[in-house]
Ligand binder design. Structure first.
Ligand code: DP6
Length: 347
């Protein structure tokens, strides 16, 4: 199915532009913004782009269209036409207009985006989808030069409204520099996908839509008494994570990413209102990771804005970590990831 949707094609005179992007797992999380209109984050963040969670987006100009249309296909095959009334979709419709205006072209576009993993369950589905959709739109509106300039591409992706998507522009290990303006808040690649064969096992304990949107969380993050404290330490932590990646120091990386995930969830819990994304399954997986470490198997967890748990380990431990987490009561499946490529044009 993916293949059919993805292949760049010219059918009945209609050219379809197709881009694939992968989600990413944040090692240092983005939580809170200094500018909600420009999506400028309160802190820089670092992630690994992950191979098991992809969105393929196509954009075309059907001749009979009299409006822009956005269609999402979930991993279960469900197709939804996004309503311009919905908050997140409305940002995407505005994004189409932004790119059309920037191109100086006209025409109504139809965009189809297909995820190969559960959407909206804290698996950063917007990261891969907003990145792939932006890429396909830029190509469709003739802005190939912007697509090829990854810094510019990441700037456009940010304006679509999903911060984590900014990092999916690149493969491998990526930093989104918070910057202080629309131009400077962009992503950079630290190391490509071949640098380090880390494995990220996502323990799925929840496939339903997350309880509160990340966007809402960003808006209220600074109501937590721990928000400022986390931000004040982040630049040291970023430096240490960068160092751990460059030196392939897994123990240092693991300890730091677990600590930052815990810090972010403390901020979430203590904001007003309090946001708690975890469920019993989340805690079961966290306990198992601790047990594995007690047995000498190095694994670390990190959790985004959802209940599912990313368990990081080295390639030599992946089998035993996988075996241990897949048999837990609350785990319905495990997605296996390694570092993936950045946004790509499919042909
Ligand atoms: C907790 O605003 O990017 O995942 O668009 O819903 O994916 P979505 O959220 P976004 O915030 C993501 C927050 C986070 C941490 C992170 O990915 O850095």
């Amino acid at each position: 199915m993916d293949r059919q949707l993805c292949t760049k094609q010219i059918t009945a005179g209609i050219t379809t532009y197709v881009v694939r992007a992968f989600a990413n797992i944040a090692f240092i999380k983005y939580w809170g913004r200094v500018d909600h209109n420009l999506f400028l984050p309160a802190n820089s963040s670092i992630s690994m782009t992950v191979s098991g969670c992809a969105t393929t987006a196509s954009a075309s100009f059907p001749s009979e269209s009299d409006a822009d249309i956005l269609i999402m296909r979930s991993s279960s095959g469900k197709t939804t036409v996004l309503s311009p009334e919905d908050r997140k979709s409305c940002a995407l419709y505005a994004h189409i207009k932004r790119i059309r205006d920037a191109s100086g072209r006209t025409g109504f576009v139809t965009v189809e985006a297909a995820n190969n993993f559960p959407s909206d369950a804290g698996l950063a589905s917007s990261a891969s989808s907003f990145c792939a959709i932006t890429g396909a739109l830029l190509l469709a509106f003739g802005l190939r030069d912007v697509f090829d300039d990854k810094r510019e591409l990441s700037r456009y992706v940010r304006l679509a409204g999903s911060g984590s998507a900014v990092r999916s522009v690149y493969g491998g290990f990526v930093q989104w520099n918070k910057g202080n303006s629309c131009e400077t808040s962009v992503a950079e690649q630290l190391k490509n996908e071949y640098h380090w064969d880390l494995v990220d096992l996502i323990a799925i304990v929840e496939t339903k839509k997350k309880k509160y949107s990340s966007s809402y969380g960003h808006e209220i993050a600074d109501t937590s008494p721990f928000f400022t404290q986390r931000i004040s330490r982040i630049s040291d932590r970023l430096g240490m994570v960068r160092h751990a990646i460059l030196e392939k120091d897994f123990t240092q990386l693991g300890e730091l990413i677990e600590a930052d995930s815990n810090c972010m969830h403390t901020v979430m819990r203590t904001s007003k209102p309090s946001l708690n994304y975890w469920n019993d399954g989340t805690q079961e997986v966290m306990r198992e990771v601790q047990k594995l470490r007690n047995k000498g198997v190095e694994a670390y967890f990190t959790i985004d804005a959802g209940a599912n748990v990313h368990v990081l380990c080295q390639l030599q431990d992946a089998l035993s970590v996988h075996e241990a987490i897949q048999k837990l009561d609350h785990v319905s499946s495990v997605i296996i990831n390694k570092a993936a490529k950045g946004a790509q044009i499919l042909s």
